[in-house]
Design a protein around this ligand. Structure first.
Ligand code: SF4
Ligand code: SF4
Length: 181
């Protein structure tokens, strides 16, 4: 019968040779293969002690950016939510009151801004749709949790810290987005 692939082997019940009966050459051959792998560069990393460097285009957890003066960039226009194919973004807009100019850049801001990380497919369309450079995807990982509710990320998790030393660097994403245009 014609074999289906060139790798197929004909199995026969012929008598084993003395070498085959000893088994030792086959065992040593197997050990030699194992030994060779000891000196090869491993394909895996010892995570979490060692972390793999992400590509500049990696899309991880979102950040809501502040401007140089620490004011939230987001003006709750809703364009990111409209662009989101997974319908993962919800927000409630509010009007900036007198005395809140140091908190919010525009007259309107997002009083509530939530992303459902279980629905999000990290496509990046929200950052592309944003006219205010308010939302970016970063190289941070969305950590595993036990409860579904904990995957609803609100402003407490999304807005970057006000201290300039703790801001989230998005220059790699900004550069990538500019090059795409
Ligand atoms: S990355 Fe894509 S799926 Fe996730 S919130 Fe943004 S637009 Fe929606
Ligand atoms: S993140 Fe950008 S697109 Fe989304 S509501 Fe805020 S300003 Fe509009």
């Amino acid at each position: 019968m014609q074999p289906l692939t060139s790798r197929s082997k004909i199995v026969s019940d012929k008598e084993m040779t003395i070498k085959e009966k000893l088994y030792l050459p086959a065992i040593l051959g197997g050990m030699w293969i194992t030994l060779k792998h000891w000196f090869k560069k491993p394909a895996t990393l010892r995570y979490p002690e060692v972390e793999r460097e992400f590509a500049p285009v990696y899309r991880g957890q979102h950040v809501l950016k502040r401007d140089d003066q620490g004011r939230e960039n987001c003006t709750a226009c809703g364009l990111c939510a409209v662009a989101c194919p997974a319908e993962a973004i919800t927000m409630v807009a509010a009007e900036r009151k007198k005395g809140e100019e140091h908190l919010y850049k525009e007259e309107k801001y997002a009083a509530v801004y939530e992303i459902n990380m279980l629905r999000c497919i990290f496509c990046g369309l929200c950052e592309e749709a944003c006219p205010k450079e308010a939302i970016f995807l970063t190289d941070r990982i969305v950590h595993t949790e036990y409860e579904r509710e904990t995957f609803i990320y609100g402003k407490d998790k999304l807005v970057e810290p006000i201290e300039s030393s703790e801001r989230i660097d998005v220059t790699k994403r900004q550069k990538h987005l500019t090059e795409k245009q």
